[in-house]
Write a protein that binds this ligand. Structure first.
Ligand code: ADE
Length: 227
């Protein structure tokens, strides 16, 4: 999979993309992420990328021209399955959306800044708008990193034990069951006997029950969700 990200703050994306699973995915050639600095597409001597909002109001707006030029250049190089704008007023990112996006070949993610981007870019280029939650961050870079992480780990071959992503919380609309590792007893705190029993079908049943109980208690909304 190839992912392009447009941003005015490329540095903010370096660390999240350069470590752990995303680093491994890129090293294995399963994922290619290219971060594009919008600044060189800025206008004039100061390479301006933002301006005051028409009609007044606080905050700057990312200008249509630098964004359109950058998007045109990238679109001439490849056919994107989706051009995604990270924004608090977008559709809420879910595991289901991440699953679907992980099957695509080419994604372009636009990380907004300031008060947002000129609406004409949303009308003429953006095919999908995603929010990572009902709170406002100072830019779309961290949301873009969240999205790439959620997608990247689902690409076949990225996780060493491929099945592990299938048992994550939210797959099947269930939260994950509790997990334990050695020692089997610590300060008198014991690991449930069933997990030490070696009885695989019984362990599977226990995990399913725990996942359901945990979901009922913490996120009953997931059980009502038919998505
Ligand atoms: N940009 C700022 N806040 C955001 C959010 N919650 N989700 C996506 N993009 C954002």
């Amino acid at each position: 999979m190839h992912i392009d990200i447009i941003t005015v703050l490329p540095e903010l994306l370096e660390s999240p993309l350069g470590h752990s699973i995303l680093k491994r995915a890129q090293a294995k050639g399963l994922l290619e992420v290219v971060v594009h600095d919008l600044r060189p597409y800025g206008l004039g001597r100061h390479q301006q990328v933002d301006d005051y909002a028409f009609g007044g109001g606080a905050g700057m707006v990312m200008m249509v021209e630098p964004l359109a030029n950058c998007l045109d250049e990238l679109k001439a190089q490849r056919a994107y399955d989706e051009i995604i704008y990270m924004t608090p007023d977008g559709q809420r990112l879910t595991q289901g959306i991440a699953n679907r996006l992980s099957l695509k070949n080419n994604l372009l993610i636009l990380a907004g800044h300031y008060k947002g981007i000129d609406e004409r870019i949303r009308e003429h280029y953006i095919t999908m708008e995603l929010s990572i939650g009902d709170y406002v961050l100072s830019g779309g870079e961290l949301p873009a990193a969240v999205l790439v992480d959620a997608i990247g780990r689902l690409i076949p071959g990225v996780l060493s034990d491929e099945t592990s992503a299938l048992f994550d919380s939210f797959q099947d609309n269930l939260l994950a069951p509790p997990v334990y590792t050695r020692p089997a007893e610590y300060r008198g705190w014991k690991v449930p006997d069933i997990l030490l029993s070696g009885n695989t079908p019984a362990i599977e049943d226990w995990r399913n029950e725990q996942a359901l109980a945990r979901t009922r208690e913490r996120r009953p909304d997931l059980l009502e969700d038919d998505e």
